[in-house]
Write a protein of this length. Structure first.
Length: 113
């Protein structure tokens, strides 16, 4: 195989792979799960909201109502926060509810509920 044929074959393979790599947004349906939404909290609260520390509230096992109320208060700036207010503004009430259900169901080692 000469260099031109090899190059053409490589380009065709890469183009085919790229077309298969990303899903077509028009074909995506439904809403992200509570777990998928909750992953956006991982940097500060831990992968499943299990991080315990003096600066971040653990979300794992949190009461659903408490989570929803807190997020709405952050979003409305009733509960001041330099970071959480901005984050909460990006979510709807229904997304808060899905995240709340997910975090409420997370159990960490040693947690008995």
């Amino acid at each position: 195989m000469n260099i031109i044929n090899t190059t053409c074959a490589a380009v065709l393979i890469l183009a085919a792979a790229a077309s298969q790599a990303a899903p077509d947004p028009a074909k995506l349906s439904g809403n992200p799960t509570g777990e998928a939404l909750a992953h956006t909290c991982a940097a500060c609260h831990g992968t499943y909201g299990e991080l315990k520390g003096e600066h971040f509230v653990p979300l794992a096992g949190m009461d659903e109502g408490e989570f929803i109320t807190s997020m709405k208060e952050f979003r409305s700036h009733k509960r001041p926060s330099s970071i959480m207010s901005h984050i909460a503004e990006g979510y709807s009430d229904e997304e808060f509810e899905r995240m709340a259900r997910f975090f409420n169901g997370v159990r960490i080692k040693g947690d008995v509920k």
